[in-house]
Write a protein that binds this ligand. Structure first.
Ligand code: ADP
Length: 447
């Protein structure tokens, strides 16, 4: 990373140096020395001419020759209208000067007739008489090299300083970016080995986003591992109780402890019941696994909801009457959903069974269905004991049972299966509950 930064800096410095060179070549400051010398020579010439009392035209020519000799340059004498009166190098390329006027020195660059670049200075030495000094300009690179003391040292100094600054900045930047990335990589390695350690959110925005996403993912992986461990522990636990029972009663038959026909019959009955419980549990687990894997073939048919709910109510009426609970159904006649009627019946059976189990005598269980903008909503509400807020988060988990002592034969899988079935239909199931007042389970199904 550091190397990348250094390379970028070197490229930038190169571009800056090239741009600077172009700027210097274009900049008139580079011609300063030439112009200064020319100006000095012209001013001396004017002084000398002013010192002469008589104003002979040939004096101008003499000064021109002197300047040409001293500066090793070309000098010209021009009339007021720009006519060349004298030229120290008449065989040289013709120089076309722009119109001259004023008392000050006129300077500039021009191209001679043969295209070569020249630097010239002109001064009016007497009324209507101009002295001009002109020197051919060297090629730009030569010029640059000749004036190197003006720019090379500052450039090198600036480059060294910039490089040093850039290096410090690059080092700091690479640390800033690389450290959080390294930490995330370490945490990923640790996660692969089964250790979850959160990554601190630091560095640039992208690194912080990566750390946040990684932490979220790690949390989920950890939660899923934990739930898997819990699941295995729960399954083992649920199977252990009937197996111990079966073992005990079978042993009693084998070793003769249960010798009379009556106790053998009791033992066999317990064995059959426990085996049945295990069978049901295994079937439920297989069902869950299939729903999980998406291989539980769900039918997609048009299901008329009211008849389905009516049948369920009919089925639960004796249980409700025995519990002294009023069971009510409210559903429009023409409500339909698309799905598997047996599976949907399984969901509502589970919800009604729970509601009746958790509602004391004199209470009410209401089964309602209605059409919504996004589909159909079926709710099962009761006036039972309700569910504490912390339990509301967990009741859909596998093997979760609110009151273990009262749950009897149930394994806490009913709501987990209900949720899987509803989700397999593209819907969702939620719960609202006020402890002491009752609970409402809402099943939302799409069109
Ligand atoms: P179970 O087969 O044990 O009933 P469920 O998954 O159906 O398992 O329910 C999980 C837990 O949710 C229950 O043990 C109970 O504590 C709680 N629960 C479910 N329905 C209700 C309800 N209507 N009122 C109060 N608690 C409920």
């Amino acid at each position: 990373m550091l190397l990348t930064y250094v390379a970028v800096i070197a490229v930038v410095l190169g571009v800056v140096a090239a741009a600077l060179a172009v700027l210097i070549i274009r900049n008139p400051v580079i011609y300063r020395r030439i112009y200064n010398r020319q100006a000095l020579a012209l001013q001396i010439a004017r002084r000398r001419l002013e010192a002469f009392p008589r104003q002979e035209p040939s004096l101008g020519w003499r000064e021109a020759l002197r300047i040409a000799e001293v500066l090793q340059a070309r000098a010209l004498v021009l009339s007021a209208d720009g006519q060349v009166l004298h030229d120290t190098d008449p065989s040289g390329p013709a120089l076309r000067l722009p119109p001259l006027s004023g008392q000050d020195i006129q300077r500039g660059r021009l191209r001679a007739a043969d295209g070569s670049p020249w630097a010239y200075s002109a001064l009016q030495v007497r009324r209507g008489l101009w002295l001009v000094v002109a020197e051919p300009l060297p090629r730009p690179l030569e010029m640059l090299w000749r004036n190197r003391q003006d720019w090379l040292v500052p450039l090198i100094e600036a480059a060294v300083l910039a490089l040093l600054l850039a290096l410090v900045l690059a080092w700091w930047l690479s640390r800033w970016v690389a450290r959080p990335l390294r930490r995330t990589a370490q945490a990923a390695r640790a996660l692969a080995e089964g250790h979850y350690q959160p990554v601190p959110e630091e560095g640039p925005q992208e690194a912080r986003l990566l750390a946040r996403t990684f932490n979220e993912m790690a949390r989920r992986v950890e939660a899923s591992q934990r739930s898997q461990r819990e699941f295995v522990a729960n399954v083992s636990h649920e199977l252990k109780t009937p197996i111990t029972s079966i073992q005990g009663f079978a042993q009693a038959i084998v070793d003769g402890t249960a010798s009379d026909p009556e106790s053998v019959r009791t033992a066999a009955q317990v064995i059959a019941e426990e085996a049945g419980r295990m069978h049901r549990l295994v079937l439920t687990l297989l069902d869950l696994a299939r729903l999980d894997a998406g291989t539980a073939d769900l039918r997609r048919e048009t299901v008329a909801l009211r008849p389905l709910l009516e049948t369920l109510c009919l089925h639960f009426r004796p249980q409700a009457e025995a519990a002294g609970v009023h069971l009510a159904l409210e559903a429009p006649d023409d409500l339909t959903v698309t799905g598997d009627s047996d599976r949907l019946a399984q969901v509502f059976t589970n919800l009604l069974d729970n509601a009746l189990k958790h509602t004391p005598s004199g209470g009410k269980v209401r089964l309602q269905a209605r059409r919504t903008s996004s589909g159909v909503e079926v709710s099962v509400s009761d006036t039972g004991e309700g569910i504490p807020p912390e339990a509301q988060q967990r009741i859909f988990e596998r093997f979760y049972r609110g009151d273990k002592a009262r749950s009897g034969g149930s394994a806490g899988l009913g709501l987990a299966i209900a949720r899987e079935i509803v989700r397999a239909h593209g819907g969702d199931i939620t719960v609202h509950s006020t402890p002491g007042k009752g609970s409402t389970f809402v099943v939302k199904l799409p069109h």
